[in-house]
Design a protein around this ligand. Structure first.
Ligand SMILES: Cc1cc2nc3c(=O)[nH]c(=O)nc-3n(C[C@H](O)[C@H](O)[C@H](O)COP(=O)(O)O)c2cc1C
Length: 311
């Protein structure tokens, strides 16, 4: 019998629709002490850049009324170190592995994608499993153009998607920013440029002020808001993106239960990601996957295709 929650995106098989969101799961190792990672649909690793990054100074995470803010600043070991030191451990797990790729300039994105492609070819030659998909994070500030995120403007984002698409044959999901001027237009552009999927949304730019110190809590001023607070907006954006494209949509933003995930699937998502909720429940991925099966049995749903995009 095929698994009722199985889903496929660009030929990549996900045993259930739950992918652990980038930046909330490291490269899986720490969570493997608490949860059987083989039960997850997939893992999107911490965002990687061409060169290692130390991340931001000062306070990096802050709890809010219904979620959290983060200003991690893409701390990561760099693509090369990830490919040589981390990827083999990840591919040993029976779950889909997404490489989340960031960058501050077009050249950085291009060179980063080229390194990942070279690794893919090496592994193909050696008959060794490699990463399943690139998740391209276009929310990064464009350092050459004054720090405005690539993901806000469709034409700026187009350049990144085009370069990365040219650089690699790996399935490509483009991760959209909620700051995009027009989310439907942004998703369509990704489809036109040859992306295999879009994932959305990344965090919302937000702020917290320490009134005693009369300063922003975060050294960079603003930080990214995630968690239940953003879920209704994320759902609306996923719905708009799913209506605009034929490629699969991966939805996220505040998902904390199987029913939250069902909402995103009804809005048109093929798969979903769990981010902030991983910090609340270390076993979130495996538990929600099981809860989804229970929900489907209760509702008499035999396949996610029956409910996908019904709204
Ligand atoms: C601490 C933290 C770090 C994150 N780092 C990344 C990252 O490196 N790359 C990325 O694309 N998204 C990153 N995100 C965004 C999440 O992957 C996700 O898009 C967002 O948090 C919304 O989902 P959620 O509400 O379920 O957390 C990060 C989020 C958090 C909370």
């Amino acid at each position: 019998m095929t698994n009722s929650t199985f889903t496929e995106i660009a030929g990549v098989r996900f045993k259930n629709p739950f992918i652990m969101a980038s930046g909330t799961y490291g490269f899986g190792k720490e969570y493997s002490r608490f949860v059987d990672l083989n039960k997850l649909g997939g893992i999107s690793g911490k965002g990687l850049t061409l060169h290692p990054k130390a991340g931001n100074k000062g306070i990096r995470v802050y709890e809010t009324a219904a979620g959290m803010m983060n200003s991690v600043g893409l701390e990561n070991p760099g693509i090369e170190a990830f490919l040589t030191k981390e990827l083999d451990r990840m591919t040993a797990w029976d779950t889909a592995i997404l490489i989340n790729l960031g960058g501050g300039t077009l050249d950085e994105y291009r060179e980063g994608a080229a390194l990942i492609e070279a690794d893919r070819l090496r592994r193909e030659r050696d008959n060794k499993r490699g990463a399943d998909m690139i998740e391209l994070n276009i929310s990064c500030p464009n350092v050459k153009e004054g720090g405005i995120a690539f993901g806000i403007d469709t034409e700026a984002a187009r350049k990144v998607v085009r370069e990365v698409r040219r650089a690699t044959k790996l399935p490509l999901a483009v991760k959209l920013s909620p700051g995009a001027k027009d989310i439907a237009e942004m998703a369509s552009m990704c489809e036109d440029e040859g992306a295999d999927a879009v994932s959305l949304i990344n965090t919302f730019s937000a702020m917290k002020i320490d009134v005693r110190n009369r300063k922003s809590v975060f050294a960079n001023g603003y930080a990214g808001l995630s968690g239940p607070a953003i879920k209704p907006i994320a759902l609306r954006m996923v719905h708009q993106a799913a209506k605009a494209v034929r490629i699969p949509v991966i939805g996220m933003g505040g998902i904390s239960s199987a029913e939250d995930a069902v909402e995103f699937i009804m809005a048109g998502a093929h798969a979903v990601q769990i981010g902030t909720y991983n910090f609340v429940n270390l076993r979130a991925g495996a538990e929600l996957a099981q809860d989804l099966v229970t929900f489907m049995e209760e509702e008499g749903i035999s396949s996610l295709d029956e409910i996908r995009g019904i709204i």
